[in-house]
Unconditional design. Structure first.
Length: 131
């Protein structure tokens, strides 16, 4: 019974966090934490989960919006880095550093800099999967 309660409480907390995230107007990915605590015959217990949610189909690193992080995204990032034009979608997808971000962002600082390029290269070679 306690196990079902634990799962139910964790799911309820996650569902509320997910609903709050979905209603957010931000296109930036959001880290959601859910925690549940309970007491049973075995004592006090606590569990938690942390999930990175991408709202608005934003995939970190996917500058062209094709649903994958590819060498083309790296080319776009390098072009922006040296002063080329950038779409809002590309800026949001490529701005992954620093973590935590500035101005309340989970990551990013509003610019495409060398640390963003470095993360994208690491993403392409499979070393990292999320900002």
């Amino acid at each position: 019974m306690a196990g079902n309660c634990k799962v139910g409480l964790a799911f309820l907390a996650f569902a509320f966090a997910l609903a709050a995230a979905a209603s957010s107007a931000s296109a930036q990915p959001l880290t959601v934490q859910a925690m549940a605590s309970w007491v049973d015959a075995g004592g006090s217990h606590q569990t938690q989960a942390q999930v990175l949610l991408s709202i608005g189909d934003l995939l970190p690193g996917d500058a062209d919006g094709d649903g994958a992080v590819t060498v083309l995204d790296l080319a776009i990032a390098l072009s922006i880095f040296v002063g080329g034009p950038a779409s809002q979608q590309a800026l949001e997808a490529l701005d992954v550093r620093p973590k935590p971000g500035t101005n309340g962002r989970p990551y990013g600082d509003g610019q495409i800099l060398a640390d963003d390029i470095q993360w994208l290269i690491l993403r392409l070679n499979g070393t990292v999967t999320s900002p």
